[in-house]
Design a protein around this ligand. Structure first.
Ligand code: FAD
Length: 501
């Protein structure tokens, strides 16, 4: 391990999924890799720790999934229907949900590297399991995976993070906690030659041949949220850590990086009204409420305002999280009857959630502070509009819809008529921001002229250009891994080349 006054080959800023993927890849290329992390050790893992650990990647069938889960039993393999999710499908999903705006080169890298990168982590010892709980429903004698997402890390986000730290430790990557990257150091020629940090002993300049920035977005920075996302965003709840305050983005912009991507948009979800201001490390992602395709979403007046069944949850939950902002008091209520109880995800049943249960719609409305007359009218109109002649099937877009409502529900429309009725109050919880800096196909940060800034690389949430308006669920982790590995690999290669000069 080099002494602190020596020159590191690669310095990585942050210790989430993107950063640790970069550190592992860099260490495969070169000798000395330092990770600096702003959070204390007990708060390590970034937003990655808070995730469900569910990862989107392209695959051609069950054999590819078995390649990631080599200990899958035959019984288990015979009980599932995973279909396939080809690179073309992943690419099409990226373009479809981003209104065609995703940078084609970045999207192509994400899609084509997604499986090889999963395999690479698996070969490093990161273990995966089938995502039965969130992404599959029983359909006859099989569990059918319905949304292109099949695999999660063992132990979810915490497990992914711990396993990546284990790999780093095995490879001899040095990690310094409570150490915040403050600014980039450049040499006379503009090459990034190190990082100024503020750690437990104060400011320090650390020399490095390459720096990979993977310090997250600006979702935890109220001032930046308000400035870039718009008024009102300063008050939303943050689903993850309080450390992602745009530092990496600012450091890169300060040395001439091109700002890139959808700065005025972000990933946000329906989040329990009683959740704390920032994420809770025990509850993690379970404050989310994502089974709305099987119920109704209403505001405090009891009015519906969107098509709960427009698509699978994986393709609507982000825009719907943002849509709550426009409702009175930024609140909304998810309402279900007893028929769909078995379809509600685990997150509905945690003790920290805000449920109400009643035997009549009016009583439920009173318990949740919804206008009872408004809610009763909405449900009466909705029930009358359900096309009960179309079969109901939660595992496919079943086309079972309502007809004639101002806002129709276009799939999974089921009458709400079987007590007990249940409801949960939700508000907007921000996950991460879509604006950032531009990288090229080697993970190098580029200027507006598209020239790489020598010695500077970036990955993860702080890379702009992939996500606009919306996001296919599970692609945050794949993007972090893919671009982290790419950036770390290039940084390691370039550091090695510099040493040889
Ligand atoms: C509740 C929740 C659930 C989610 N579920 C999923 C899911 O199931 N699947 C999925 O694909 N995505 C999910 N996401 C999104 C996912 O978390 C992100 O896309 C991904 O983890 C981002 O990885 P990252 O490495 O870029 O950022 P992070 O994991 O947030 O890492 C950034 C790190 O940088 C550190 N840092 C910040 N500033 C500095 C500085 N100045 N100096 C040093 N370090 C700094 C931070 O402390 C942090 O550790 C979820 C997010 C949340 C919040």
């Amino acid at each position: 391990m080099p002494a602190n006054d020596t020159v590191y080959d690669v310095i990585v800023v942050g210790a989430g999924n993107a950063a640790l993927s970069a550190a592992i890849a860099a260490r495969e290329q070169t000798q000395s890799v330092l990770v600096v992390e702003k959070a204390p050790e007990y708060f390590r893992g970034g937003n990655t720790y808070f995730t469900g650990g569910i990862i989107r990647f392209a695959f051609n069938g069950l054999d590819d999934i078995k390649g990631l889960i080599p200990d899958m039993s035959e019984t288990e393999a015979n009980s599932i229907e995973v279909g396939q999710y080809t690179e073309n499908q992943f690419y099409d999903d990226m373009m479809r949900v981003t209104h065609g705006l995703s940078d084609p080169e970045l999207a192509e890298i994400l899609v084509s590297h997604s499986y090889p990168t999963m395999k690479w982590l698996q070969e490093h010892g990161v273990r995966f399991v089938l995502s039965f709980g969130r992404q599959a429903f029983r359909d006859g004698d099989k569990f059918r995976f319905w949304g292109g997402l099949v695999v999660e890390a063992v132990g979810a986000g915490k497990g992914l993070s711990d396993q990546q730290f284990d790999v780093c430790e095995k490879l001899g990557v040095e990690v310094r906690y409570s150490t915040e990257g403050v600014s980039l150091i450049q040499d006379q020629m503009g090459r990034v030659a190190g990082l100024r940090v503020k750690g437990p002993d104060g400011f320090e300049d650390i020399a490095g041949r390459a720096v990979v920035l993977a310090a997250g977005g600006f979702e935890a920075n109220a001032e930046m949220r308000c400035r870039y996302l718009g008024p009102g965003w300063e008050t939303v709840k943050v689903r993850g850590i309080p450390y992602n305050t745009g530092d990496g983005i600012k450091m890169a912009l300060d040395v001439g990086a091109q700002s890139y991507g959808h700065w005025s948009s972000c990933h946000a979800v329906a989040w329990d009204m009683n959740a704390p201001t920032f994420g809770d490390r025990t509850v993690t992602e379970l404050f989310q409420k994502h089974s709305y395709p099987f119920g109704l979403m209403v505001n405090i007046n009891g009015e519906r305002f969107l098509d709960e069944g427009a698509d699978f949850r994986n393709y609507t939950y982000v825009t719907y999280g943002r849509a709550l902002m426009d409702q009175p008091q930024g609140l909304c209520f998810q309402v279900f009857d007893d028929k769909v109880k078995h379809l509600l995800r685990d997150e509905y049943w945690i003790p920290q959630a805000t449920p109400a249960e009643a035997n009549s719609i009016e009583e439920l409305a009173r318990m949740l502070d919804i206008d009872p007359v408004g809610l009763a009218r909405t449900i009466e109109d909705y029930n009358a509009a359900v096309r009960t002649d179309i079969p109901y099937n939660a595992t496919v877009k079943d086309g079972r819809r309502t007809e004639g409502l101002a806002v129709d529900k276009t799939n999974w429309a089921e009458t709400i008529d079987t007590p007990p009725y249940r409801g949960w109050a939700v508000t907007t919880g921000i996950t991460f921001t879509f604006g950032g800096v531009k990288v090229n196909n080697r993970g190098q940060v580029v200027t507006n002229a598209q020239d790489p800034i020598p010695g500077l690389y970036a990955a993860g949430e702080m890379v702009g250009g992939l996500f606009y308006h919306n996001y296919p669920g599970g692609s945050g982790l794949s993007a972090g891994m893919v671009f982290g590995r790419l950036a770390g690999n290039s940084a390691g290669e370039d550091a090695l080349a510099l040493k040889d000069v």
